[in-house]
Design a protein around this ligand. Structure first.
Ligand SMILES: NC(=O)c1ccc[n+]([C@@H]2O[C@H](COP(=O)([O-])OP(=O)(O)OC[C@H]3O[C@@H](n4cnc5c(N)ncnc54)[C@H](OP(=O)(O)O)[C@@H]3O)[C@@H](O)[C@H]2O)c1
Length: 265
């Protein structure tokens, strides 16, 4: 039987690292992609030691021209047949829009959207040939509700959600299942922790950690869920939010978004 692999972008730390661990724990071979650095290679070594599966690392800047094609070529050249593609690499920022240099936005739009699209585009023909294959795209709760003061980020995540939902229906007659992962705030680093601390007590109710998100994400993906929202509080928040008139909804979201704007330095 052909050996298969789960490919995870942004797998050196945070949610991506936890997703890689979760897949390996379930006996899946993993391919870890992130910026080249010690964390990435250590992550692969630790996964091999802990879970006894294959783990291979490919370090590159995914925002570089043709980087997604290079990842695909790396898999082809090494005979890695991917049956689960996890487009997780991405980042966000919240601030007054024109206070942030345009280059930062350009990188975010490229990583969150174009890279996810190009990875999917390159791997799709091969995924379609399999009886069962999966694509998990990392969106966000902010890919389900527009967030003021994070206008560009929330727009990138709406792109991810819409792309995932639409492509899923296009692939209904194939064995490829597409899901969008929509977590609320997840503490993955010091900056994230500071942001949560700025947001006050209520925000802390919805905060999760990568090790909590990962099993929910993989269970949801294997069950073929369209949208995966980890955490009951987050699910309730989306339900309540969707039930409100748009003007009121946006007023409330403005308050939430304004609470996390960094202080001017
Ligand atoms: N954390 C949250 O609160 C949250 C909430 C909802 C959705 N999300 C989404 O979940 C995903 C993961 O978020 P996270 O918080 O876990 O991120 P993170 O901790 O910052 O990790 C990001 C990962 O992406 C990699 N990466 C960043 N830029 C890259 C580039 N140019 N080329 C290749 N790899 C790159 C990083 O690699 P290196 O570190 O090695 O550079 C790292 O492995 C993102 O799409 C994010 O938008 C996060």
């Amino acid at each position: 039987m052909e050996k298969h692999y789960t490919l995870i972008t942004g797998a050196s730390m945070g949610i991506g690292r936890a997703l890689a661990e979760e897949c390996a724990k379930r006996g899946r071979n993993v391919l870890l992609v992130a910026l080249d650095g010690p964390e990435l290679h250590t992550a692969a070594q630790e996964i091999v030691q802990k879970h006894g599966v294959e783990a291979h690392a490919f370090g590159l800047d995914l925002t570089a021209t043709d980087a997604p094609l290079k990842v695909y070529t790396w898999c082809q050249e090494n005979g890695y047949s991917v049956d689960m593609l996890i487009n997780n690499a991405g980042f966000g920022l919240g601030d007054i829009l024109d206070r942030v240099p345009i280059g930062v936005y350009q990188k975010m739009l490229r990583l969150n959207n174009q890279v996810m699209f190009e990875m999917t585009y390159h791997f799709l023909p091969q995924l379609k040939q399999l009886d069962k294959a999966y694509i998990l795209n990392s969106s966000s709760m902010e890919g389900l509700m527009p967030m003021p003061f994070k206008a560009a980020y929330t727009a990138t995540k709406h792109f991810v959600t819409a792309f995932s939902l639409s492509l899923r229906e296009e692939l209904a007659e194939t064995g490829v299942s597409v899901s969008a992962l929509c977590p609320g705030p997840v503490v993955t680093n010091e900056d994230g922790l500071k942001r949560i601390q700025r947001s006050g007590r209520k925000a802390k109710l919805v905060v999760m950690y990568p090790y909590q998100v990962a099993p929910i994400a993989i269970n949801g993906l294997l069950k073929g869920k369209r949208i995966i929202i980890p955490g009951v509080m987050n699910q309730i928040m989306i339900l309540v939010n969707n039930g409100l008139p748009l003007a009121l909804r946006m007023k409330l979201l403005r308050k939430i978004g304004a609470a996390v704007i960094p202080k001017e330095t």
